[in-house]
Design a protein around this ligand. Sequence first.
Ligand code: NAD
Ligand code: UGA
Length: 432
Amino acid sequence: MGKRVGIIGVGYVGLVTGTCLAEVGHEVYGIDSNTAKIDMLRRGQVPIYEPGLAELIAKNMAEGRLAFGTETDECVRRSDIIFICVNTPPKPNGQADLRYVDLAARNVAQAMGGYRILVDKSTVPVHTGEKVRETVKRHNKKNLEFDIVSNPEFLREGSAVADAMHPDRIVVGVTSERAATAMRELYEPFGAPIIVTDIESAEIIKHACNSFLAMKISFINSIAAICEAAGAKIDEVVEGMSLDKRIGREFLHAGIGYGGSCFPKDVSAFIHIAEDFGYDFTILKAVQAVNAHQRTRFVKKIEQTLWVVGDKTIGVLGLAFKPNTDDMRNAPSIDIIQALVHDGAKVRAYDPVAVPNAQKILDEGVTFCKDPYEAAHGADALVIVTEWDEFRELDLERVRELLAQPIIIDGRNIFDPAQMKALGFVYESIGR
Ligand code: NAD
Ligand code: UGA
């Protein structure tokens, strides 16, 4: 039987989670303090770009299983299981800022009229569940019964709907059998393995996963640097590594390093968490340093290819931190473009969906183009920053004719160097 679910914070995670829970038959009510987002959703518009999401929201709203509002009271009244999906951004020192989690917990406690399960889905430091429990206890004046659950989310932007509908596993940290049973029933329709742990372990699983994946990326970027220096080819090295089942091939794509709203902030939060427990997480500090260096190395590669960047026009393909999203949070494109503009370059940038978000961050020295060919037109070089499929399918002969110089510097290794050479390009990429 469908459960009554509340979602607090309908951003990338809350909106996708809520919609997918509605899709499997639960009754979902999502709220957000950003009233503009709620107005859009109520008008049938979707505030973020995520493949397949708009259709699923429309379907579930039409079938009466998904609705949106702004009031916590209404959300708590309409739900038995309430998910906290608010943002947990980094503080200036890199620690997680938990003010929105705290506020959501207080609001729920004050609105409760009976037993509720409060689930933390936001990525939070270990022991946050305990703090949320104390907070709810303090603000729940009628001393009503409640349970706290940690249920970290593993979806990726750009494939969020597919990831949420077909998760590898579901992690549920609990302190009571009552909450464990409710969570098992809630997630049963997804058919994925459900791992039930204590709350602290669930919280650590999330930071451990993101940090491990970030570590793989920095590791392979280090190997790419050695390949470049030694005259080896990163693609062949990865091929040879990845057939070892213990290593695998996922997250070994060398490039300009990881960006986005999660890996950078979660690695830095985990370093702080470890520090609080007296452990110096040196591996993760190295992961961070390699990642930061990867962006500067790429800018240097552009400079080495062009000799002087000042007064040159550089076409940039891809602005979002990864393909199939409009998310510009901590996108490598920002640092790279700002460095080029700082050196006096004129940038002509194109992205299939992220331009409106990019325009809020980048303006000086950047012209936004309506397609990749316009970005290439008259440019001294074309730089690939995000590996959208659209770029893999470019008419490269047309690009070559449009460019002032046939130079492509590819931060994502989307083309074959031998083919590019045969097409008459000067082609630079990562680790080959
Ligand atoms: P987001 O910024 O897109 O969405 C958060 C939403 O919460 C915003 O719309 C904000 O207005 C709303 N909000 C904040 N405080 C509120 C309150 N008190 N009441 C109601 N609404 C409130 O963030 P996101 O990317 O969805 O991430 C949310 C959390 O999930 C973070 O902890 C993040 O680390 C984690 N996470 C994100 C992803 C991802 O791919 N984006 C994946 C897994 C986990
Ligand atoms: C990441 C994790 O993959 C999700 O499991 C997790 O839920 C999420 O963070 C989160 O906690 O928010 P996401 O950041 O959306 O998801 O996207 P990824 O596909 O992981 O890519 C992250 C960054 O790493 C991107 O900038 C991407 O270009 C880069 N990357 C990824 C590489 O440079 N190489 C790779 O091999 C893979």
